[in-house]
Design a binder for this molecule. Structure first.
Ligand SMILES: NC(=O)c1ccc[n+]([C@@H]2O[C@H](COP(=O)([O-])OP(=O)(O)OC[C@H]3O[C@@H](n4cnc5c(N)ncnc54)[C@H](O)[C@@H]3O)[C@@H](O)[C@H]2O)c1
Length: 347
């Protein structure tokens, strides 16, 4: 019988946008049709966001995109001041990013594998990718340990993820070097995960709350929403770059409405780009168009672009285009994290 080692052999390698100048390719797409032309427009709108000094850029992430090799793309966006806040799922930030920062890997697999055998061997499968379930348990436990070490009170997910960054500073070493959680900690880029318990951290919290029934930490999702809205109020002009849909997309679009409730006439998101495989026919959020979002008062329609395509293909092209165009070189870090420590932010 095959052993675990036979399956967990070949690591997923993260693509490095710095190594591939795609500007000419993406420029050529402007004169094509269909998805190529849409992709070109999306890349140019992202570049416009980077040129607009007033614009705070919020990146939203859904799906299993870090386990698929896109972690370094986001790492490079954070390190080069190409994004000012991130709204993500727990799967991406904890099960995938923090997990790799603890020294674990994702492995190349196959959708045609024997899933009963994988179950027996404690191997989890995400389409054509394998994960060692026993290592994932260590990630759960580490989140529980971080919770145990903190003052018992309600935290926003942003606060807890900042503590995860601090944990990596103290314990991570070289394994954590390309972690987005750690990069964001160093660059004062806040990360929000509105459904934070729906991931490896949730298992850690179950342990933490069971072992500390009287006094324990909790995650306050209303606080998350208020904090993200505060970013909108401070930044005024905003652009959103959305990879996939889900809760991060809606949460980020909705801060315009929340800001409007707190302060009259808060501007809609000025720029919006979404890469998604979902279309609009089911009326669900993930595929709802940005044009539709404008009817809700969330997104302006002048600079918005949907790109219907899978993120592992489209995201490196859009991000790589903006990276090699270099508009980010003139951009100062906004350091929105400092809003929450009472420090002034650099505009
Ligand atoms: N994805 C996982 O492996 C995983 C693991 C553990 C926990 N979770 C949890 O499940 C919950 C739901 O996750 P979700 O919001 O990512 O849901 P999801 O994976 O269903 O993604 C939401 C939508 O984003 C779009 N999308 C996703 N991947 C894409 C891709 N590669 N390219 C283009 N579009 C894409 C699709 O339209 C999809 O319907 C979260 O709370 C998450 O933490 C997920």
């Amino acid at each position: 019988m095959k052993s675990k080692k036979d399956f967990l052999k070949e690591e997923i390698k993260h693509i490095d946008i710095k190594q591939h100048n795609v500007v000419q390719l993406v420029d050529a797409m402007e004169h094509m049709a269909f998805s190529a032309r849409n992709l070109n427009r999306a890349a140019r709108i992202y570049d416009m966001m980077l040129k607009d000094k007033e614009c705070g850029i919020i990146l939203t992430l859904a799906g299993s995109i870090f386990s698929a090799g896109l972690k370094r793309v986001v790492y490079d966006l954070v390190m080069n001041n190409m994004v000012d806040a991130i709204v993500s799922t727990g799967a991406i930030m904890v099960d995938q990013d923090f997990f790799e920062a603890l020294g674990f890997k994702h492995y190349i697999g196959s959708p045609f594998s024997d899933d009963n055998l994988l179950r027996e061997l404690h191997i989890d499968r995400i389409y054509d990718t394998y994960i060692d379930e026993d290592e994932l348990r260590i990630c759960d436990e580490t989140c529980g340990k971080i919770a145990d070490s903190l003052e018992p009170r309600p935290y926003s997910s942003r606060e807890f993820i900042w503590e995860m960054g601090k944990y990596l500073e103290d314990h991570g070493g070289p394994k954590a070097e390309d972690s987005v959680v750690f990069a964001a900690f160093k660059k004062n880029v806040p990360i929000f995960v509105p459904a934070f318990s729906d991931c490896s951290a949730g298992f850690g919290f179950v342990m933490h709350q069971t072992q500390n029934p009287a006094k324990h930490l909790s995650i306050d999702s209303a606080k998350d929403f208020l904090e993200l809205t505060q970013i909108k109020l401070k930044s005024n002009e905003t652009g959103i770059f959305m990879i996939g849909g889900g809760v991060p997309k809606n949460f980020t679009q909705d801060i315009v409405v929340a800001a409007d409730i707190l302060k009259e006439d808060a501007p809609m998101h000025k720029y919006a780009v979404q890469i998604t495989v979902a279309d609009e026919r089911d009326g669900a959020l993930s595929g709802s168009t940005l044009k539709e979002a404008s009817s809700w008062g969330k997104v302006e329609t002048t600079f918005e672009q949907m790109v219907y395509g899978e993120a592992t293909v489209v995201f490196p092209l859009v991000a790589g285009y903006a990276y090699h165009k270099g508009s980010w070189k003139e951009r100062k870090p906004k350091e929105f994290q400092k809003i929450f420590s009472g420090e002034n932010i650099i505009a």
